[in-house]
Design a protein around this ligand. Structure first.
Ligand code: PGA
Length: 257
């Protein structure tokens, strides 16, 4: 048996001002019980502009909600207009950084090589990268889902030793399931999570593969989370749309009840 703790992450994407974020985090806090945090790491990833306010409200009320960011540059500082570095995030008490999200790959030219550089920077700053992988609909229909995910993993973790790979989490997010209301079946999600773990054995070793948390993302809601989480290799969820509503997100966190 493994002792991987559940990890439920709300990816707010480009939603919520810093004022909205304070309210959303307070509401989420009131809807969760202390016991919930015994079983689950609860993370919200607001836009950069809301992180400072989020940190302040979390610390002031001693909340157990953890903070995530949605990207990080690979350099610590320098002439990179518009970018935010990993140490800057770490100083805002950010614990997790989402990297290589399909929206970044699709709209902002994110590549596996860049994901690799960002992953190193985030690890170097002592935070946990959540490396996103996933195939498009046409890749799935062409029977390429595993080869696409396998090569994304090899790219993201290139030249990283097992210890560093073991300090990451992975989110499997089939592109066709994101924001579409069309969730992968628990079987498909579970099979891909198992494939990801097998690939981690090849990239690193079996201890590392057992340790890394593999999340599923793509139209997760309170109605489907339980069946997804029942799969042996699925350790959590990366939640977009439903994470913007504190009631819905709390229900996802509390899926066991
Ligand atoms: P969704 O987004 O839950 O709205 O499908 C998931 C994600 O993109 O992380």
């Amino acid at each position: 048996m493994t002792d991987r703790r559940d990890l439920i992450v709300g990816n707010w994407k480009m939603n919520a001002t810093h004022l909205d974020a304070i309210q959303m985090i307070q509401k989420l806090h009131y809807r969760l019980e202390l016991d919930d945090y015994d079983r689950v790491d609860v993370v919200v990833a607001p836009p950069f502009t809301a992180l400072r306010s989020a940190q302040t409200v979390i610390e002031a009320d001693r909340m157990l909600i953890q903070l995530g960011a949605q990207n990080a540059h690979w350099e610590e500082n320098g002439a990179f207009t518009g970018e935010v570095s990993a140490p800057m995030l770490e100083r805002l008490a950010v614990s997790y950084v989402i990297l290589g999200h399909s929206e970044r790959r699709q709209y902002f030219g994110e590549t596996d090589e860049l994901v690799n550089k960002r992953t190193r920077a985030v690890l170097g700053a002592g935070m946990t990268p959540i490396v996103c992988v996933g195939e498009t609909l046409s890749q799935r229909e062409d029977g390429e889902a595993q080869s696409v995910v396998g090569s994304q993993l090899r790219g993201a973790f290139a030249r990283l030793g097992p210890d560093l790979v073991g300090a990451c989490s992975i989110a499997y997010e089939p592109v066709w399931a994101i924001g579409t209301g069309r969730t992968a079946s628990p079987e498909d999600a579970g099979d891909m999570a198992a494939f990801i773990r097998e690939t981690l054995i090849e990239i690193a070793n079996s201890d590392t593969a057992e340790q890394v948390r593999v999340l599923y993302g793509g139209s997760v809601n309170a109605g489907n989370v339980k069946d997804l989480m029942a799969k042996r290799h699925v350790d959590g969820a990366l939640v977009g749309g439903a994470s913007l509503d504190p009631d819905k997100f709390a229900a996802i966190v509390r899926y066991r009840l």
